[in-house]
Design a protein around this ligand. Structure first.
Ligand code: WT7
Length: 645
């Protein structure tokens, strides 16, 4: 397969000037800890230098640079101003309605200092948790950095999540303050956020003492006196002077919830020094960042880890100029993204395969109307990118000249792990290729033996890394069970992968019951429990079926209760139910009402067979089913209901 496959060497000028050259891999391998220590020392400002790089005496609980002290916000802000770069643009913000704001490093630093004083006045201090539920506006980044400045951990909740999802995250993290907005703009209309906060906090039994509300849309919102405060008013009253205290490298920086195989979302915990080291290094390495001349644009929302690491911490710590855009790619028209690239002279674009496939569908005559010649590097993240989309991205967006970095990582890994270094590696469409310098991974079989001959296996990370998660918030056992129990002292990522004869890694999707819809992680179990919570549903099974645009789509199979008063459009009602219960991204694309679900004799649902049906394939081996006729019935029922689509 790879023999016939075309590879793409970096352009010679790009390679010659690249931040990372080929020798970096060998250097990192010879002295891995020395490599990361050097990166931490040279890329970050430490108030107290560390003497020990890694403490791995109590695996899987790693401590990096543990006796060093730093302030993460100072690293992202003040130090650039003090180095004479206060006038450099940190954020070119473009709102969906077309309003713009430019924040230099000096201005952003002042805003964050005020916000830190504001939070301190509300009683926020080191060790506290603050929930952030905001649209993609500069205040999201300002709020995150204000928490970091005080040594408090933020828990950002994606604005598309429901009130219920917000409530469970607030309660699990015991957040004292929520920072939100009246609303944000979505597809040309204001869309409320504050009502979901009110609903999440209703009933009284909440750890939240203060709700700070950013005015974004100006829409009317309900107001709880005493609890609710206006961001604008508090900020104007807060002092612009704030001396940042340095905290231990292992001080918690944030908690970010992500879906797992079972149960409720896990609060992934990240700390300060190691996380910021790898986030900053990857900006210079994977994105070849030249802070004086590049304009970086990561299209992710700050509600996801990509927005944490490649909108807030990575770009700002690296001193980059970046674009932040609030809205969708098709508002007011399908050329919006490309008009943003042209307007700001974006050099580095980082987005997801699902967005690229959507643009492919819209047609290449749309980007062709814009000048995209400022681009010099393209990135992809979130799911495996199919070679067809990769080639389109390179040709139509990258003008056949931009290297593409297909970046594999996870909420848990904190920052990039497997990326073809853009000035070094000849890229292969569809492959993430190699671990970045300083990271050690393998593809192994079920017993943990390494596979190098192209056979499919499991991806594992064999050595601790600086930005690794430090745990599942409040649940050390779940941390061990989920990631460290499959193989000894080795991190199990949950991804299938194979390594070709050149040693390049190809990702094959999740091997667990985690779905990937438009680059977002969703758990089958979570959607199933939402469905069975509906009065009409007796049982539910959910699978992720291959989808041309979104990678996978959520397909649900439900058995209704015998006494259910289900109308004609029960499927639609159930889709809506899941959408409002978890959030619109979790809405099943189709809900099939069936009489039975395929179960083994021990009662386990065989989702693999349902996936065959959802993907319109011949149903696989069903010999272990308690009743083998079940699949015929389901197939018939699904076919007759899909016929109306
Ligand atoms: C899962 C992590 C990391 C930021 C966005 C998602 C899949 C992510 C790639 C890629 C193949 C990828 C994996 C991973 N994934 N990037 N370049 N190639 N698969 O973060 O929500 O934590 O999801 O996304 O399956 O395990 P996340």
């Amino acid at each position: 397969m790879t023999e016939t496959q075309e590879t793409f060497p970096p352009p010679p000028e790009f390679a010659a000037a690249a931040n990372v050259q080929a020798d970096e891999y060998a250097r990192a391998r010879e002295d891995r800890l020395g490599f990361w220590a050097e990166k931490a020392r040279t890329l970050l400002e430490w108030e107290t230098p560390f003497t020990e790089t890694l403490d791995w005496s109590n695996p899987p609980f790693a401590r990096w640079f543990a006796d060093g002290k730093l302030n993460v916000a100072r690293n992202c802000l003040d130090r650039h101003v003090e180095a004479g770069n206060g006038d450099r643009v940190a954020i070119h913000f473009e709102g969906e309605p077309g309003d713009i704001r430019t924040l230099t490093y000096a201005q952003l630093t002042e805003e964050v200092k005020r916000a830190a004083n504001m939070l301190a006045d509300l009683g926020v201090k080191k060790g506290d948790r603050v929930a952030v539920y905001l649209p993609m506006i500069p205040e999201a980044t300002i709020a995150m950095l204000a928490c970091a400045r005080l040594g408090a951990a933020h828990s950002v909740v994606f604005g598309g999540f429901s009130a219920d999802a917000l409530r469970s995250r607030i309660n699990d993290a015991e957040a004292r303050v929520v920072i939100t907005a009246d609303g944000g703009y979505r597809r040309g209309r204001p869309s409320g956020l504050k009502p979901a906060v009110d609903e999440a906090l209703a009933g009284g039994d909440t750890p939240v003492e203060h709700v700070v509300v950013v005015e974004r849309t100006g829409q009317d919102v309900a107001w709880t006196e005493g609890r609710d405060k206006k961001w604008g008013e508090l900020l104007a009253a807060a002092s612009p002077e704030h001396e940042a205290e340095a905290f231990e490298a292992e001080n918690p920086l944030f908690i970010l919830y992500t879906s797992g195989t079972t149960g409720s979302p896990k609060g992934i915990l990240h700390t300060s020094g190691g996380y910021l080291t790898q986030a900053t290094y990857s900006m210079f390495a994977s994105f070849d960042l030249k802070p004086e001349t590049d304009v970086f644009w990561c299209t992710a929302d700050v509600g996801w880890v990509t927005g944490h690491t490649y909108v807030t911490y990575g770009p700002l710590s690296a001193g980059a100029t970046q674009v932040m855009y609030e809205g969708t790619p098709d508002t007011p028209d399908k050329g919006r993204w490309w008009s943003v690239v042209q307007k700001y002279g974006v050099t580095t674009l980082y987005t997801a395969p699902t967005a690229i496939r959507t643009c492919m569908k819209w047609g290449e005559d749309i980007p062709a109307q814009y000048d995209l010649s400022s681009l010099r590097l393209l990135g992809s993240v979130g799911e495996p990118i199919n070679p067809e989309a990769w080639l389109w991205y390179r040709r139509v967006i990258g003008g056949d000249r931009c290297p593409i970095v297909d970046t594999w990582w996870q909420t848990e890994t904190g920052a990039h792990m497997i990326v073809p270094m853009p000035g070094v590696v000849d890229t292969k469409p569809g492959s993430s290729q190699r671990a970045i310098p300083g990271i050690e991974v393998k593809v192994v079989d079920d017993e943990g033996a390494e596979l190098e001959g192209g056979e499919p296996g499991l991806l594992v990370i064999t050595e601790p890394w600086p930005a690794m998660l430090r745990g599942v918030y409040g649940d050390p056992q779940r941390f061990r069970d989920t990631y460290w129990s499959r193989f000894e002292n080795t991190y199990f990522a949950g991804d299938g992968a194979r390594r070709d004869e050149d040693g390049d890694i190809w990702f094959l999707g999740r091997v667990d019951d985690v779905m990937n819809v438009s680059g977002h992680r969703l758990s089958t179990a979570e959607i199933e429990s939402s469905l069975v919570a509906h009065d009409a549903v007796a049982e539910a099974a959910v699978v992720g079926a291959a989808d041309e645009t979104s990678g996978q789509s959520v397909i649900a199979f439900v058995i209704l209760r015998a006494d259910a008063e289900a109308g004609e459009d029960i499927a639609e009602e159930l889709r809506r139910h899941v959408g409002s219960d978890i959030g619109p991204i979790a809405k099943p694309k189709r809900v099939h009402v069936v009489d039975e679900l395929p179960k083994t004799r021990s009662g386990k649902i065989m989702r693999r067979l349902l996936k065959d049906v959802a993907e319109h394939r011949a149903v696989g081996d069903s010999s272990t089913l308690a009743d083998s006729s079940v699949m015929d019935i389901i197939s018939q029922q699904v076919e007759s209901s899909s016929a109306d689509d």
